[in-house]
Design a protein around this ligand. Structure first.
Ligand SMILES: Nc1ncnc2c1ncn2[C@@H]1O[C@H](COP(=O)(O)OP(=O)(O)OP(=O)(O)O)[C@@H](O)[C@H]1O
Ligand SMILES: [Mg+2]
Length: 270
């Protein structure tokens, strides 16, 4: 992990999703957006992710569990936000809603200024593929495929040629210190290496937003440190916005912001 310019210089493939001027999030409330790659997109001064009044409830028989009760969170390009809250508080729920994997019961998710609740499934899927990257606690790599194949698959699904995808995938894995592990299958990689492949896969399509749900949750402290360093380097180098759910306070302390979930609402810490 020595060349921090390589990843930053990679072009975002494709032109991004169509924009709907009528349904933009307010570009106001601009705090200190850290870093950023300065790419000239008109909405760059607004949050790239804006969760507005998010409600989520689960019905369990007669009972209704109110998990999110109007949660608000705005994240700017280049910003890393730690989401630190007790088990069961709703971190994964919030990440799933932010990642367009679930619909909220109320409120709106704006991605790059675009309201997502009224988009077609096809459009939401496209946004997920192009604008969002996910890293989970367990890597969910495909066991039959090598490290590089796992990284190039999302790019090929997106329409890149195998050659282009290989070039970018190799560069990313090199960047993450896995130059000599390209052809290893997940079972032939250590836990930290598997997580770094998962990170490479998550950012292979150059998303704007990275959602990491306890990405170092099942790793030893030293390996978590390594994986976390890889994540923060990518965020800094590329202007990605990251929301990272974690129970690790050392890791949280090094992000730009820390938030928690209290009674279904996002609360800024410190
Ligand atoms: N599909 C579901 N049906 C019913 N209840 C659910 C469902 N998904 C989550 N919950 C409940 O919602 C609450 C929040 O779950 P969530 O997974 O978001 O917590 P979390 O903050 O990510 O916890 P952890 O730190 O343990 O991962 C929990 O009490 C959980 O039991
Ligand atoms: Mg969780």
């Amino acid at each position: 992990m020595n060349d921090t310019t390589t990843f930053a210089d990679m072009p975002r493939s494709g032109t991004g999703p169509p924009q709907h001027a009528a349904s933009r999030a307010p570009a106001a409330m601009s705090p200190d957006a850290q870093g950023g790659d300065g790419t000239a997109r008109p909405q760059d001064d607004g949050p790239v992710l804006f969760l507005s009044g998010i409600e989520r409830r689960y019905r369990q028989g007669e009972a209704v569990l109110e998990i999110l009760k109007g949660a608000e969170l705005a994240v700017w390009p280049g910003q890393s936000v730690a989401l630190v809250a007790p088990s069961g508080a709703g971190k994964s729920t919030l990440m799933h809603v932010a990642g367009l994997l679930e619909y909220p019961d109320g409120g709106e998710v704006y991605i790059d200024g675009v309201a997502t609740s009224t988009l077609s499934d096809m459009h939401r899927t496209r946004l997920r593929r192009t604008e969002l990257g996910f890293v989970y606690q367990f890597h969910h790599l495909l066991p039959e495929f090598s490290a590089i194949e796992n990284v190039i698959l999302p790019q090929m699904i997106r329409g890149l040629s195998r050659r282009e995808a290989m070039g970018r995938g190799t560069e990313l894995l090199n960047y993450l210190g896995l130059k000599d592990r390209l052809t290893h299958r997940p079972a032939e990689l250590s836990g930290g290496e598997q997580q770094r492949v998962a990170i490479a896969r998550a950012v292979a399509n150059a998303p704007r937003i990275l959602l990491a749900d306890e990405p170092t949750g099942n790793l030893d402290p030293r390996t978590s440190e390594r994986v976390f360093n890889a994540l923060t380097q990518l965020v800094r180098a590329s202007g990605l916005a990251m929301v990272c759910a974690t129970h690790n306070m050392d890791i949280a302390a090094r992000m730009n912001r820390r938030v928690t979930l209290r009674d279904g609402l996002v609360v800024e810490l410190e």
